[in-house]
Ligand binder design. Structure first.
Ligand SMILES: C[S@@+](CC[C@H](N)C(=O)[O-])C[C@H]1O[C@@H](n2cnc3c(N)ncnc32)[C@H](O)[C@@H]1O
Length: 142
């Protein structure tokens, strides 16, 4: 990982993905999460405040970037649900099969719904992503 990827990019992402327009897309999908949640690419924890205590028992946030997680700590501390960090990659998640009720993926993994479907076999999925044209943000759950 380059210096830029390690030290600079997490701050850039925290800013760019923290805009009000993006927060509105998060609000459309993240509150639909239920039960034990796997958040793929949790990044700097920008979804944390959108989880509902009455619906979610715990969130496991997978991300290979410890630096991003360091920026997430304050947001996690104020979340209504317990959120645990798992330093791992989406290609190799150290969890049992069928142990997750909802997969949440926002602005991660090619940013499209196809990759979201791939990780949500048999479960629910809430996703938000950038569309290719004009940087529009999209959201969906199901
Ligand atoms: C654009 S950021 C989005 C962060 C967060 N999902 C959000 O909505 O603010 C993409 C995140 O995906 C993470 N990421 C990149 N490759 C990954 C992989 N193979 N598995 C899991 N997360 C990955 C990055 O470290 C980064 O935190």
């Amino acid at each position: 990982m380059s210096f830029y990827e390690k030290r600079i990019l997490p701050h850039v992402i925290n800013c760019a993905c923290g805009s009000p327009a993006v927060a509105r897309q998060r609000e459309k999908v993240v509150p639909s999460a239920r039960g034990r949640v796997l958040e793929l690419g949790i990044g700097t924890g920008l979804n944390a405040k959108h989880y509902r205590a009455e619906a979610v028992t715990e969130v496991i946030g997978v991300d290979p970037s410890r630096e991003s997680w360091a920026l997430a700590r304050a947001k996690i501390a104020h979340a209504a649900v317990p959120i645990e960090y798992c330093e791992a990659s989406a290609e190799d998640i150290p969890l049992e099969s069928d142990s997750i009720d909802t997969a949440v993926i926002t602005y991660t993994l090619l940013h499209n719904s196809r990759s979201a479907q791939g990780v949500s076999r048999g479960g629910a999925c809430a996703a938000a992503w950038w569309s290719g044209v004009g940087g529009r943000t999209c959201a969906g759950a199901g």
